[in-house]
Design a protein around this ligand. Sequence first.
Ligand code: SAM
Length: 286
Amino acid sequence: MNPITTRMPAGLYLVATPIGTARDITLRALDLLTSGDVLVAEDTRSLRRLLEIHGIALGDRPLWSYHDHSGEKTRTRILDVLEAGKSVVYASEAGTPMIADPGFDLVRSVQGAGHSVTSAPGPSAVITALTLAGLPTDKFLFAGFLPNARSQRKTALRALSDVEATLVFYESPKRVATMLCDASETLGGGRDAAVCRELTKKFEEVMRGTLDELAERCAARTLKGEVVVLVGKGHSEKIRESDLEDLVKEALAQMSVRDAADAVAGQTGAKRRQVYQLALKLAAGT
Ligand code: SAM
């Protein structure tokens, strides 16, 4: 069936593009890329390649580059196009715009100016990884990229330790092993986890295991490509208050309040906040 080539109503159209395999694109995305008056991309080279693969001619239509941080000028140009009653199709480099990718400031300005914004959904690494990780998907929290600095990363992980949902992180392949090690220390090494690499591509790989097991496996390899890390919720076994107290006292004899809270919460699956409060109390001798 040929794509629809009739004139599109004015507005901004956000189009999801493949995260690997080029054929993972929807028919609607192809229609929009065929018919949009102006095409805008985070990476114009990737979009040109995608158009070529799918036999879509750019013709004399403009193709502009756009990032949120360098975008004030382009946003104004896009608003002018919309004002003139035309359509603008925006794609980020891969996957869904605005999911750890630019588009937020653009959407806010377009909505703020009273123009229509439509989304053509499609691939996203977070959803693809969730379908393959073998972890519960009834509740999940997408945490995007963690900070690069180790202490900030551990603080960010600690803030997620009591979240009762599968946690999803985007991570650089170079940092996966250290990130898993930090996650093991702050969330508990026994938590089920998965590392999903190169999704929808030739070397797609899904590793499953506990955080400790995966930290060890990943430290022994040089990982390449794109990676999503997922961590299942903690198994909070019922633990008696007195046993918890003993464990915290033992831990406090060797480490700081914060580290003791991490260690005991990780070991027992008890809520970190509860263990931290107990450790504070015990450390103060009250
Ligand atoms: N907007 C994209 C989406 O919807 O998934 C995400 C863009 S973000 C800048 C790029 C990160 O997404 C990568 O560093 C990696 O963590 C993850 N990612 C993207 N493609 C992937 C793939 N094919 N396999 C595994 N992870 C991927």
